[in-house]
Ligand binder design. Structure first.
Ligand code: SF4
Ligand code: MG
Length: 313
């Protein structure tokens, strides 16, 4: 019997035996109200699993998720509904997440109607506001998803989430499927919405370059563990963790921060059989004996800045 995490891992290409895959391990991450945290790492490192847990789509096997100080698993039904409305997920592939047989009007309007944020009578006006805010022409609300371009479909996905006036968005590779020019437009939309609504965001991407401009802080994940958490400028100016440096080497840059680090070699190991000690040790140019034996614990290397690495700060 496979649990959901294992099914996800299988989709990610891992081989499943009877063991459970520990996709996310000892993650400790606070996101402040109004803050945007970029979560980066190679695909298969557990970012999506963490994002789904934050949204309550995927239960965690141990540990806790707190929303506004309340443990999600101990909430009353009313509190849980409040959490479910206020923490919305935006997926990578807008087409796959939009019902092709429904008109945009019902795709976006269903949830606010259900939760009583508007009435059937006032729905059209309500949707006009939501669609305009997301850069969609409200006169298209009777169309079907296939009548829109990829970028427009992602706007529909965003409008669907924004229609319930959430406090927090979890965006999982939300621009990864789009052309670079469209990516920039959608990122700008996120920045607009964030400012207008003081949104809190967890912005998941395999690409540090994508999260750079939108994030206040960045959390770097490797094989289910957060290896570095820092303010975006600190991370780009002086990355600490060898894995962060390797990710940074892959971001094309015009300024001085360009490639002084060597890019990653080798594949990300299977989450079923992660390397001992520091998971990154087989790929790390700075590997020491201790790295193979001991898991590096999280240290505060500067105020509010964390890393898990045996190297001296
Ligand atoms: Fe490299 Fe060791 Fe640091 Fe891991 S703990 S990143 S192997 S130096
Ligand atoms: Mg993913």
């Amino acid at each position: 019997k496979l649990d959901f995490a294992a099914k996800l891992a299988r989709k990610m290409g891992a081989q499943i035996t009877r063991e459970r895959v520990q996709a996310v391990d000892g993650v400790n991450l606070d996101i402040m109200l109004g803050e945007v945290v970029g979560l980066v790492g190679e695909s298969g490192c557990g970012k999506s699993t963490l994002g789904r847990m934050v949204c309550g789509i995927l239960p965690q096997s141990s540990g806790n998720i707190y929303y506004k100080g309340k443990n999600v698993t101990e909430m009353t039904p009313k509190e849980h509904l409040d959490y479910a409305i206020n923490v919305q997920m935006i997926f990578q592939d807008p087409f796959a997440s939009l019902n092709p047989r429904k008109r945009v009007k019902s795709i976006i309007g269903e949830a606010p109607l259900y939760h009583g944020l508007t009435t059937a009578k006032e729905l059209d006006g309500y949707l006009d506001g939501v669609m305009e805010q997301c850069g969609l022409d409200p006169s298209y609300k009777n169309r079907y998803p296939h009548q829109f371009s990829g970028g427009q479909r992602q706007r529909i996905g965003i409008a669907r989430a924004m229609a319930v006036d959430p406090e927090c968005l979890v965006c999982d590779e939300s621009v990864a499927a789009l052309d670079v020019s469209i990516q920039a437009q959608i990122l700008n939309l996120f920045m607009d919405l964030r400012e207008k609504h003081n949104l809190t965001c967890l912005f998941i991407s395999h690409d540090l370059g994508v999260v750079e401009h939108i994030s206040d802080r960045i959390a770097v994940m490797y094989l289910g563990r957060l290896v570095e958490i820092a303010k975006v400028d600190e991370l780009f100016d002086a990355p600490f963790h060898p894995y962060t440096k390797a990710l940074l080497a892959e971001v094309p840059r015009l300024d001085k921060r360009a490639v002084e680090f060597s890019a990653l070699e080798g594949e990300i190991p299977s989450p079923l059989d992660p390397p001992s000690g520091c998971h990154f040790h087989p790929r790390c140019p700075y590997v020491m004996d201790v790295c193979r034996e001991e898991v590096p614990l999280r240290r505060e290397i500067a105020p509010g800045r964390y890393a898990c690495c045996h190297l001296d700060s």
